[in-house]
Design a binder for this molecule. Sequence first.
Ligand SMILES: Nc1ncnc2c1ncn2[C@@H]1O[C@H](COP(=O)(O)OP(=O)(O)O)[C@@H](O)[C@H]1O
Ligand SMILES: [Mg+2]
Length: 248
Amino acid sequence: MAIIDISNLKKSYGQVEVLRKISFEVNKNDVVAIIGPSGSGKSTLLRSLVYLEEVNGGSIRVDGEDLVKDGVYSKPQKIKQITSKMGMVFQHFNLFPHLTVKENLELAPKLVRKESPLEIQKRSEELLEKIGLANWATSYPSTLSGGQKQRVAIARALMMNPEILLFDEPTSALDPELTEEVLQVMKKLAEEQMTMIVVTHEMGFAKEVANKVIFMDKGEIIESGHPDELFLHPQHERTKSFLYRNLK
Ligand SMILES: Nc1ncnc2c1ncn2[C@@H]1O[C@H](COP(=O)(O)OP(=O)(O)O)[C@@H](O)[C@H]1O
Ligand SMILES: [Mg+2]
């Protein structure tokens, strides 16, 4: 069964349609890469999944439950429950500057308070180990490199035990030499069967790690498929010209 089922999603800002009839499914353990030119609606799509944006029509079903069905949203309590299954990592990290690395990780779980502080602390230590930043627990974000900050942002998202991780161009703000360390962490998560949707310009990552690639342009899905198919045999002119410009 699909863990995310999106059908006929529509979103406009005033007269401008930014998502048009978007439909696709994500299965458990999928790594879906979303590619496409700037302004094609990729961020709006991801933000809609976690209710940072409201859509104007269509349906989003997560783990068998309706976030929105035919343009009608579920009750706030339900929305909260559904969106809590997803973690999001942004281009610009969005770490809290006045909190240490460890405090950044522990803040949200402590606010939810389903677990004891000891359990939360144990998990933050494990995750810092996992991303290779165990020695940075008491440092402040301003003292970290961009790659380190993004690794912390990933660990912070993982602290809430999400079933699905969403990434919006996680390496676009990073220098090339820092991009790799972030991609390595994401690759590791994929190997551990984490379900992920990744908006990215990293075609190498999409080719190597994703099992499904979606190409968007002007608010529409132009085509999608396994990376071997989509990168080697794109069917549409728009996909071909995008890949021609972006594959090095
Ligand atoms: N808050 C907003 N108000 C009006 N237009 C917006 C807003 N956010 C995004 N847009 C427009 O929606 C379109 C899609 O944007 P976005 O989802 O950010 O694309 P992408 O992530 O693919 O670059 C763009 O044309 C953008 O200008
Ligand atoms: Mg974007």
